[in-house]
Design a protein around this ligand. Structure first.
Ligand SMILES: Cc1cc2nc3c(=O)[nH]c(=O)nc-3n(C[C@H](O)[C@H](O)[C@H](O)COP(=O)(O)OP(=O)(O)OC[C@H]3O[C@@H](n4cnc5c(N)ncnc54)[C@H](O)[C@@H]3O)c2cc1C
Length: 633
C-alpha cells in the first residue's frame, strides 16, 4: 500500500513564511547539533554525500555531520552518470525505479566525430550494459541530503567550514605516498586524542544557531573546486603534457529534433558527444525541477523515500507527472550543451563578433566553426536565457588539476577537492564514487582499529589513499584524456580507438556490471584503471603525440595506431570470448569487428530503452509502463 502524502515542509513554510531555506533543510535532521562528531564532512556535494552515506551504511554507529555552505542545493554542472554511480545508488541507496521518477534515464554513450571542415560524421556508441541517470544537480544533492538525514546523518546547510591545521611541513604526507611524513599529534591544535589528531573545524553558520566550531575525530574535505582543506597543503598541480582544457556551456530547450537522418540515433537517451579536432561537446537531456519550490520538492522526496523505506514496491510509486501534480512541483526537460576544448589553439581576432561575454563568444565560435554543429543547434535547440539565475553562458578554465596532498593525520579529501581532469567519460562523479567509496572503507578501518594501533592505521590509510588518488587515479584519468583528445584528430583514429577503449575498459562484461558498487570496482576508474588501458594508451600516445602538427596526424601514425588497436581487440576477444559485443555496440559483431550495414544492437543486451507512445520520453525494457507519464508499454 502506498502511504499518503504529507505536506510537512510546505506547511512549515506556510506557517512560518520567514523560515530560511537552510532552516527548512536543517529541520529534517533527526538529532540536535552536539558540537561533537566522529566524522565531519565539509561540503554536501554529490561526492561528500555519497561518502557519508556509504560510511554510515558500513559503520552505523559513527556520528557523521555534513556541513554545506550554500543555504540549499543549487544547480551545478555535471549531469551525466555511468555505471559506478548507478550501481552505488542501487547498492547503497535505493532501487533504480524509485530514482527514475526524479531523474532522466540514460543508456550509454554515443559519439559523433566531425572532421576539420565539420562536414563528414562518423559515429560510435556503447549501451545496453546498465541503466544510469542524467542528473539535475539541485535534485540529486537534495535527494542525497534527505536520504542521508533519513539514515541518521546530520546535514547542515548554510554552514561554511574552515580548518585550522598544523604547519604544512609537519602535517603533510609525501606526494608519492611512500615516505614517513605524518606528524606526531599536537595536543594544542585540533581535537586532543590519544591516537591521531584531526584538523580543527571552524564553522561559519549564517543563522548562528550552531557553534563556531565542531570537534571531529576525522574530517573529510569534500568542498569541490574551493579545496577548503587541501589548499592548505599546496597549490593545484597541473599535469605534464603542455595543454589543459576549458569548458563553455549553456542550457537549451529541444525544439524539434530533425537530426536522426544525419546523426544516427540522436533521439536515444544516451549522453551524446560531438567530437572535433580541438575537443568535444556534450548533449545531455535531463529532467529539470528548477521551477519547483524547495519546500514542495522536499515533500515530494520525503514521500518517495518514506515509501521506499517501508518497502512499497517501486512499481506502485506514482509516475513523475502524477508526483509533480500531487506536490505542485513543475518539471520540464532541458538539454545541457557545452564544449570542452584544448587551450593550445588560437581563437580568431574577431572573437568579439561572436557574442557579448567571453563564454558566449567561445561557445558560439565552436558552434559556428563546424557546420554539423551549427545546423544541429539552429534546427533543434533554443537557448534558455538566464535559466539558472543571472548567467546564460558558463565557463570553467584549466579544468585538469590535482591537489598535491589528499590525506594526512586525521583527514582525507575526495571529489573535486582532491582533483579533476575533464568531463569526458564522466569521471567527476563516476571515478569520484570510487574515491569516496575507498575513503569510507579506510575510515571504517581507522575507527575499527584498537586504540593502541589507531595512529599507525591512520598513517597507513592516509598513505594508501594518497597513493590511490594522487599517484594512480588522477594520472590515469589525465592519460585517458590525452588519449581521447588525440583520437579526435582523424576519423580513422576515432574508429580504431573507440571500440578498443570499450574492450580495455569493460574487459569481461558479465563480471563488471553487477548490481552494486563493491570494493573491487574502486580501481576501475571509468576504464582508465586497467593494466591493458595503461599499456595500450601509452603505445598510442607514443605514436601520436610526437606527430602533432596542429591538427592532422601523419599517415604512418594512423596506420600504426590502427594496427595497435586491431591487435588489442583480437587479444581481448581471445581473453573474454563470452563477451557478446554485438548486443552493446551498434556497428560491431561479437568479436569487435565492424559489420557493414549494421545499425542496431543485437538482441540480448542487459537493457534497452523504448520510446513511450504517450510522452515520447523513454522507458527501459524491464518496466511495463512509462515511469514519467504512466502510459503502458
Ligand atoms: C564543464 C564540466 C562538466 C562536467 N560534466 C560532468 C558530467 O557530465 N558527469 C560527471 O560525472 N561529472 C561532470 N563534471 C564533474 C562534476 O561536476 C564534479 O566532478 C562533481 O560535481 C564533483 O562533486 P564534488 O562533491 O566533489 O564537488 P561539488 O559538487 O562542487 O560539491 C562541493 C560542495 O562543497 C560546498 N562547499 C564549498 N566550500 C565549502 C566550505 N568552505 N564549507 C562547506 N561547504 C563548502 C559547495 O557549495 C558544494 O556544494 C563536470 C565538470 C565540469 C567542470
Amino acid at each position: 500500500m502506498v502511504y499518503a502524502p504529507i505536506r510537512r515542509f510546505a506547511n512549515l513554510r506556510h506557517d512560518c513564511p520567514d523560515i530560511s531555506d537552510s532552516m527548512l533543510l536543517n529541520s529534517n535532521n533527526q538529532t540536535e547539533f552536539t558540537g561533537v562528531a566522529d566524522v565531519v564532512v565539509a561540503g554536501a556535494g554529490i561526492i561528500g554525500l555519497c561518502y557519508a552515506i556509504h560510511l554510515k551504511n558500513i559503520s552505523p554507529h559513527l556520528e557523521i555531520n555534513v556541513f554545506e555552505k550554500s543555504s540549499s542545493p543549487t544547480q551545478k554542472i555535471g549531469e551525466s552518470t555511468l555505471s559506478s554511480f548507478s550501481r552505488f545508488v542501487s547498492g547503497d541507496i535505493i532501487p533504480h525505479d524509485y530514482f527514475l521518477r526524479l531523474f532522466g534515464l540514460k543508456d550509454g554513450l554515443q559519439f559523433y566525430c566531425v572532421d576539420e571542415r565539420g562536414l563528414s560524421v562518423t559515429s560510435e556508441d556503447i549501451g545496453g550494459l546498465d541503466l544510469s541517470f542524467q542528473l539535475d544537480r539541485r535534485m540529486s544533492e537534495l535527494f542525497l541530503t534527505m536520504w542521508a538525514q533519513k539514515i541518521g546523518i546530520n546535514v547542515y546547510h548554510g554552514v561554511g567550514t574552515d580548518f585550522k591545521v598544523m604547519p604544512e611541513d609537519a602535517f603533510a604526507i609525501s606526494a608519492n605516498g611512500d615516505k614517513d611524513g605524518v606528524a606526531a599529534p599536537n595536543q594544542e591544535i585540533g581535537t586532543a586524542m590519544n591516537h591521531f589528531t584531526a584538523p580543527q573545524v571552524l564553522l561559519d553558520d549564517a543563522s548562528q544557531s550552531l557553534a563556531t566550531s565542531v570537534k571531529a575525530k576525522l574530517v573529510c574535505d569534500a568542498t569541490g573546486f574551493s579545496r577548503r582543506l587541501t589548499s592548505k597543503f599546496g597549490n593545484r598541480e597541473t599535469f605534464k603534457g603542455g595543454w589543459n582544457c576549458d569548458a563553455y556551456w549553456a542550457y537549451f530547450q529541444e525544439t524539434d529534433v530533425k537530426t536522426e537522418d544525419r546523426l544516427d540515433h540522436w533521439n536515444y537517451p544516451a549522453t551524446k558527444h560531438i567530437c572535433f579536432p580541438e575537443g568535444w561537446g556534450w548533449f545531455i537531456k535531463l529532467i529539470s525541477w528548477e521551477k519547483s519550490p524547495l519546500s514542495n520538492l522536499m515533500d515530494l522526496i520525503s514521500y518517495v523515500i518514506d515509501n521506499a523505506k517501508r518497502n512499497v514496491s517501486a512499481r506502485d510509486i506514482p509516475s513523475t507527472t502524477v508526483l509533480s501534480e500531487m506536490f505542485d512541483c513543475p518539471f520540464e526537460f532541458i538539454t545541457s550543451i557545452g564544449w570542452a576544448v584544448r587551450n593550445d589553439h588560437k581563437f580568431p581576432d574577431n572573437l568579439e563578433e561572436y557574442g557579448a561575454t567571453e563564454s558566449e563568444r567561445k561557445f558560439t565560435y565552436f558552434k559556428r566553426k563546424y557546420p554539423t554543429l551549427e545546423r544541429l543547434m539552429d534546427n533543434s535547440y533554443a537557448i534558455l536565457p538566464n535559466y539558472y539565475g543571472k548567467k546564460t553562458y558558463f565557463v570553467r578554465k584549466s579544468m585538469a588539476f590535482q591537489s598535491p596532498v589528499v590525506a594526512g593525520d586525521g583527514w582525507l579529501a575526495i571529489g573535486n577537492s582532491a582533483g579533476f581532469t575533464n568531463p569526458l567519460i564522466s569521471p567527476g562523479i563516476n571515478a569520484g564514487i570510487g574515491g569516496a567509496f575507498y575513503a569510507a572503507m579506510l575510515t571504517q578501518e581507522i575507527f575499527a582499529a584498537p586504540e593502541e594501533s589507531s595512529r599507525a592505521v591512520m598513517k597507513k590509510s592516509a598513505n594508501a589513499f594518497q597513493a590511490y588518488h594522487h599517484d594512480f587515479m588522477m594520472p590515469r584519468l589525465n592519460q585517458m584524456n590525452r588519449f581521447w583528445y588525440s583520437m579526435f584528430r582523424d576519423h580513422r583514429l576515432f574508429e580504431a580507438m573507440i571500440p578498443s577503449f570499450w574492450a580495455v575498459g569493460v574487459q569481461e562484461i558479465d563480471h563488471l556490471y553487477g548490481a552494486s558498487f563493491v570494493a573491487e570496482d574502486v580501481n576501475w576508474v571509468v576504464g582508465a584503471g586497467t593494466a591493458d588501458f595503461q599499456t595500450y594508451s601509452k603505445a598510442v600516445l607514443d605514436v601520436l603525440e610526437p606527430t602533432f602538427d596542429g591538427v592532422a596526424p601523419t599517415e604512418d601514425a594512423v596506420e600504426k595506431v590502427q594496427a595497435l588497436s586491431k591487435q588489442l581487440r583480437r587479444r581481448l576477444h581471445d581473453r573474454y570470448p563470452g563477451n557478446k559485443w554485438g548486443c552493446y555496440l551498434r556497428k560491431y559483431d561479437d568479436s569487435l569487428r565492424i559489420v557493414p550495414g549494421k545499425h542496431e544492437r543485437d538482441i540480448g543486451g542487459k537493457y534497452t530503452c523504448i520510446q513511450c507512445v504517450g510522452c515520447k520520453y523513454w522507458m527501459h525494457n524491464f518496466s511495463d509502463f512509462c515511469l514519467i507519464c504512466g502510459t503502458p508499454k
